[in-house]
Design a protein around this ligand. Structure first.
Ligand code: PLP
Length: 441
């Protein structure tokens, strides 16, 4: 596990000044200057002072955002029901990612099931995967005798830690499955190189990363297979839906045949086409209304992602001036990330001199919506400790990076529309709390 320290400050003098000046001088030094509330702002809300955040936030995180084009597309489908939107979405998504094969699924979980089936690995094979993820990245492995080999995350990126993975490689390990957590691309160039060197299959869970890029290449197009979720909260929301992405005809055919008895999108010469009419056991077809919603949302996806990320950038450029406050970042300039659900920050309690929870409570009292203080770690759940569910019992490791992430994180909401006043007040709330950190301690 490597811990990255903040070295990207655009405003070193301000940050240095805050570090040097501390709470005693902060009330006059942090530039709140002509505050509407006057001198009373000096008092923390948690101590009975006025709240720093007063702007209306009721609409600031509204998601999904559908409009006339979605209404029109759904209406047309209702008037003439058919499955054509699925094939159209598959084609458009393949073009968007610049990949040869895509299959739509009823959700990301069914796309993952199909991908694990397509792997065609012998039972007992292990897949390296972060514990810090949604159950669906892992649990469907079970159905095919596959076993998770839990890997730590870097506590400042929330992504697959390659150095940790290197220590956990076993003879049974056959694949790696990094996740691009809340839209931050994992280091898949390095992970992919290592996987190749070790003869491991390289997969991606891109459920949070619709359009994000590393080195100009979209996430989900790096691995041999990858999946996306189009569930309602995701960057490309279809309320419920998913997509499997495949680089080879063999993987595409096998994954598609698993959940599609009609073999849509396949040609007669493809090996799995012979199972048309029976399929291989499940029906994972996407609802065409969802496909239409996804198609509409795909238009303007990059622009929406960029606008959202730019607003977070403006806010975080200011927040990360505060001593001991960091953001989820890999500090790579070849990454084009997006945000989804949270703007995740981290507190170094030693540097701040106050516990994360006290800071969070003080911010909440100021009107800051503080969320995501703990994400469920899969390896701690009973399912993985019970032999009966697995080909062999997964190793339950110590994952200090995952624990650190949970102990230090402070999730802010991701604002899905332009809210400059709210962002300004969030920044003021943080600066106010930091100005009083000595008394909070
Ligand atoms: C990382 C990750 N993978 C997979 C999924 C599964 O997607 P779905 O909810 O569409 O089944 C999710 C859903 O939240 C997720 O967060």
């Amino acid at each position: 596990m490597s811990l990255q320290h903040d070295s990207h400050s655009n405003h070193p003098s301000r940050r240095d000044f805050l570090i040097a000046s501390g709470a005693a001088t902060a009330s006059v030094s942090i530039g709140l200057g002509s505050r509407a509330h006057g001198a009373s702002v000096e008092k923390l809300a948690v101590a009975g002072g006025p709240k720093a955040v007063t702007a209306d936030a009721s609409d600031a995180t509204k998601w999904p955002q559908y409009g006339e084009s979605e209404e029109q597309a759904v209406l047309e489908l209702l008037r003439a029901p058919n499955y054509d939107p699925n094939a159209k979405l598959e084609k458009e998504w393949a073009e968007f990612l610049d990949v040869p094969y895509c299959t739509s699924h009823c959700n990301g979980t069914s796309a993952l099931c199909s991908m694990f089936f397509a792997l065609n690995l012998p039972p007992g094979s292990e897949i390296m995967v972060p514990s810090y993820t949604f159950f669906a990245t892992i649990v469907p492995m079970r159905l095919f005798g596959l076993v998770p080999n839990f890997v730590d995350i870097n506590p400042r990126t929330l992504n697959f830690d390659l150095e940790d993975a290197k220590k956990r490689l076993t003879p049974e390990t056959k694949a790696v499955l990094p996740v691009h957590w809340i839209g931050l691309p994992a280091d898949v160039d390095h992970i992919g190189d290592w996987a190749n060197e070790k003869g491991l299959i390289f997969l991606e869970d891109a459920a949070h990363a619709h359009g994000a890029k590393l080195k100009g290449k979209r996430m989900g197009s790096w691995g041999r297979m990858s999946i996306f979720s189009y569930q309602a909260t995701k960057p490309l929301p279809a309320i419920e839906g998913g997509m499997g992405v495949y680089q080879s005809e063999e993987d595409f055919g096998r994954a598609t045949a698993f959940g599609n008895y009609d073999m849509k999108g396949m040609t007669e010469n493809m090996p799995y086409y012979q199972y048309k009419g029976s399929g291989l056991g499940l029906k994972f077809r996407m609802h065409p209304i969802a496909a239409e919603l996804a198609r509409c949302q795909l238009r303007g996806l990059d622009e929406r992602n960029d606008a959202g990320a730019a607003q977070v950038r403006r806010l975080n450029d200011r927040l990360t001036q505060l001593p001991g406050l960091y953001e989820q970042s890999s500090h790579r300039d070849d990454v084009q990330r997006l945000y989804y659900a949270w703007n995740m920050l981290f507190i170094d309690e030693k540097e701040v001199g106050v516990s994360r929870d006290k800071i969070a409570d003080a911010l909440a009292a100021e009107g800051v919506q503080v969320t995501g203080r703990h994400y469920t770690l899969q390896h701690e759940l009973p399912l993985y400790a019970e032999e009966q569910w697995w080909h062999h019992k997964p190793v339950i490791p110590e994952l200090p990076g995952s624990k650190q992430a949970n102990d230090t994180c402070l999730g802010l909401p991701y604002f899905t529309k332009e809210v400059p006043e709210l962002c300004e007040q969030y920044a003021q709330a943080f600066e106010k709390v930091w100005a009083h950190r000595a008394e909070l301690a």
